[in-house]
Design a protein around this ligand. Structure first.
Ligand code: NAI
Length: 353
């Protein structure tokens, strides 16, 4: 898998197994050019080991790009534990995994992800310092993700709608969870008009009361008559079926992997609907979690801009992507990827040792 054309070259890929606990894990380190690699641990069943490796390679590269675009002095990596966490997860397995992570040393730190909780990370911390995102860190990442999304929405409103404020801007928010609720509240406070949808009727009623929001069905809100469609629930919402139905001038929200396919992204571009690449606009959580990387044992302390400045830089990064996308006539996704590769190739930060 990992020699396939699709992938950049990864710096290091490790396979671990521990018979006593049935642990089988893969750690992929895509790049440490900009700093030690960071990336969560995904614990899930895969149809084959090849698919697990494929996930580790793909997700670690995505982490390199996400961190570089967020201006962070860290690289990208990812860990995958193969198997159903409900059957396999035990304290002994987590400690065995922690010891393997410790063996890799100060080029990689990991944290929570699908199937892997903050409590699991805290168990690993008993045997390795190379973990992050624990409860005593920067706090609930969704707060910072929401702030970052607001900065991104400012760039979208300015570039696509020619608006310097949200006063009277219509935004359709899909999903009123930890991130979506905060985004909706801040937009309301800034004078935006909201249309919302959530599978939880209580949240919808509360948004009607608190934000005077209009409501739509969850599977129709993408087609709302709005200026911006803001997906904050599930991934894969932009498909070849939904893309032609979107009436908004832009799609920009927190949900991961919004484009179900590159074709769906191309369809948005064709219809002159501006797309904010999700891993750029939703980087606030990763930005806030990276504090933990600043003091990795055996490394020079990493100098980083204050959290607020890093979150605000999402605005500038998106504008840069939009301007280049227009000039070079390529999708914002393609431009974001190019900028990330340039940042990794051409702007390695200081030497860490
Ligand atoms: P959450 O679980 O707190 O909220 C999701 C909300 O969407 C819930 O209110 C749920 O009822 C609703 N929902 C579920 N299915 C729906 C549907 N079909 N239509 C409308 N609403 C639906 O999750 P959270 O943390 O707010 O994350 C939202 C999205 O943002 C996810 O895609 C997540 O991967 C992504 N994200 C979150 C980050 C964070 O810091 N929490 C960071 C980066 C991305």
């Amino acid at each position: 898998v990992w020699q396939s054309e699709e992938f950049d070259k990864h710096e290091q890929v490790c396979f671990f197994s521990d018979e006593a606990t049935n642990l089988r894990a893969i750690v992929a380190i895509h790049s440490t050019t900009r700093g030690p690699a960071a990336g969560g641990t995904r614990f899930k069943s895969y149809a084959s080991d090849d698919m697990a490796l494929d996930d580790a390679l793909r997700l670690s590269r995505a982490m390199s790009y996400k961190s570089a675009l967020a201006g962070l002095p860290v690289g990208g990596g990812k860990a995958v534990i193969i198997g159903d966490p409900r059957e396999l997860k035990s304290r002994e397995l987590l400690l065995a995994f922690g010891r393997f992570i410790d063996r890799i040393g100060n080029v990689f730190a990991t944290g929570e992800d699908v199937g892997f909780s903050v409590a699991d990370v805290e168990t690993m911390f008993e045997v390795t310092p190379y973990v992050g995102g624990m409860s005593k860190g920067a706090g609930d990442p969704s707060i910072h993700t929401a702030t970052g999304v607001l900065h991104g929405l400012r760039a979208v409103a300015e570039f696509r709608l020619g608006r310097k404020s949200f006063e009277g801007v219509k935004v359709a928010v899909q999903g009123l969870g930890s991130v979506g609720w905060r985004v909706a509240r801040q937009l309301h406070e800034a004078g935006a008009e909201l249309i919302v949808a959530d599978i939880d009727p209580e949240k919808v009623t509360k948004a009607q009361n608190d934000f005077h929001a209009l409501t739509m069905e969850t599977d129709e809100i993408h087609a709302a008559q709005a200026d911006i469609f803001c997906p904050c629930a599930l991934g894969g919402v932009i498909t070849m079926t939904t893309a032609p139905q979107i009436r908004a001038h832009a799609v920009a929200g927190a949900a991961n992997n919004q484009l179900a396919s590159p074709e769906a992204g191309a369809m948005l571009a064709q219809r002159n609907i501006l797309f904010a690449p999700d891993y750029v606009i939703n980087a606030g959580g990763v930005i806030s979690g990276v504090e933990a990387m600043q003091n990795m044992p055996g490394r020079k302390k990493i100098d980083m801009a204050p959290l607020e400045d890093l979150l605000e830089s999402i605005y500038g990064r998106l504008l840069e992507i939009f301007v280049r996308s227009e000039k070079e006539n390529r999708t914002p996704e393609a431009i974001a990827q190019m900028i990330a590769q340039e940042l990794i190739r051409e702007q390695p930060l200081e030497e860490y040792a």
